[in-house]
Ligand binder design. Structure first.
Ligand SMILES: [Zn+2]
Length: 289
């Protein structure tokens, strides 16, 4: 509570300083500012909408039922002794798009070219774009991994999901910090193993990677419904199964590709988030399952 009051004081002081730069502290002690939160971000976000009521009440929420008291700051996803339930309903109300862009650069699933799984979904961002928390929650991890996600943040949400935000040029939050949906938590970038600027966004439940596209309709910037029911068997299969891709040939049509690969145009459209009238070009990669 005390640090929250300090934060508010700092935010107001920053705001006043911005107005004229003539505010002089009344007492002799120099005011210290919260680190890592640039003034522009503090101003851009309406802190009055926040209620600073101390720690998240972890005693009566779905996250507590799943994770108990396991709270490992600084690590990715490790929950020894805990198991994903066979079925689990995830409340999706209160979702906020993590990026200003709604463009998906790369989907969840197996990447044949690199022979490895892509456990998240990539959203297009420009360098310095504001990255926002998808739901209310508490920052569990904020760290750096040069060979992987670069600067990244993991937030645990009351609905049981943990979301990961990777390749940030900067993180704006610290571990154990409470955040609200839509609160700026980082800036877009390409740190770690990334080709080009994008947000690597993961949604996990007790470490099990779920396809974010099942829960969020990114092109329209909203959740796919009020809730999503996770079925463990199907999710585990999806997180291991090999998606298949083909390259579009000269003169190809969606129906020819569908016929050749034993699937339907409708299915291809759904997998690639295109319509039957979308133009496909030779050399383009399409997912067929
Ligand atoms: Zn990615």
């Amino acid at each position: 509570m005390h640090s929250n009051i300090r934060f508010l004081t700092c935010a107001i002081a920053l705001w006043l300083t911005g107005l004229g730069g003539k505010v002089v502290a009344q007492d002799a002690q120099p005011k210290t500012m919260e680190p890592d939160i640039p003034m522009t971000i503090v101003e851009a976000f309406d802190i009055s909408a926040y209620n600073f009521n101390g720690p998240m009440p972890l005693s009566d929420n779905p996250a507590h039922d799943l994770y108990h008291d396991i709270w490992t700051a600084g690590t990715a996803f490790s929950y020894p002794g805990l198991e994903v339930p066979d079925s689990f309903k995830i409340d999706l109300r209160g979702y906020c798009m993590p990026t200003p862009s709604t463009r998906v650069n790369d989907i969840f699933g197996f990447r044949p070219r690199r022979r490895r799984m892509h456990y998240g979904l990539d959203l297009k961002v420009d360098l310095g774009d504001t990255i926002r928390a998808a739901f209310d929650g508490k920052v569990r991890t904020r760290t750096f991994n040069r060979r992987g996600w670069g600067n990244y943040v993991i937030i645990r949400h009351e609905n049981g999901l943990e979301t990961l935000y990777g390749h940030l040029s900067a993180a704006l939050v610290h571990e154990d910090q409470l955040v609200r949906a839509g609160e700026p938590i980082g800036l877009g970038g390409r740190t770690g193993r990334a080709t080009g600027c994008h947000l690597h966004f993961e949604t996990r439940l007790l470490g099990l990677a779920l396809d974010p596209a099942l829960m969020f309709d990114f092109p329209n910037g909203r959740s796919t419904g009020e809730s999503y029911v996770l079925r463990k068997k199907a999710a585990a299969k999806a997180a291991q199964s090999s998606a298949s891709y083909v390259k579009v040939r000269q003169g190809d049509t969606l129906s020819a590709i569908a016929r050749r690969n034993g699937t339907t145009v409708k299915n291809i459209c759904k997998l690639n988030k295109i319509t039957q009238n979308s133009i496909i070009r030779p050399g383009q990669t399409l997912r067929i399952r």
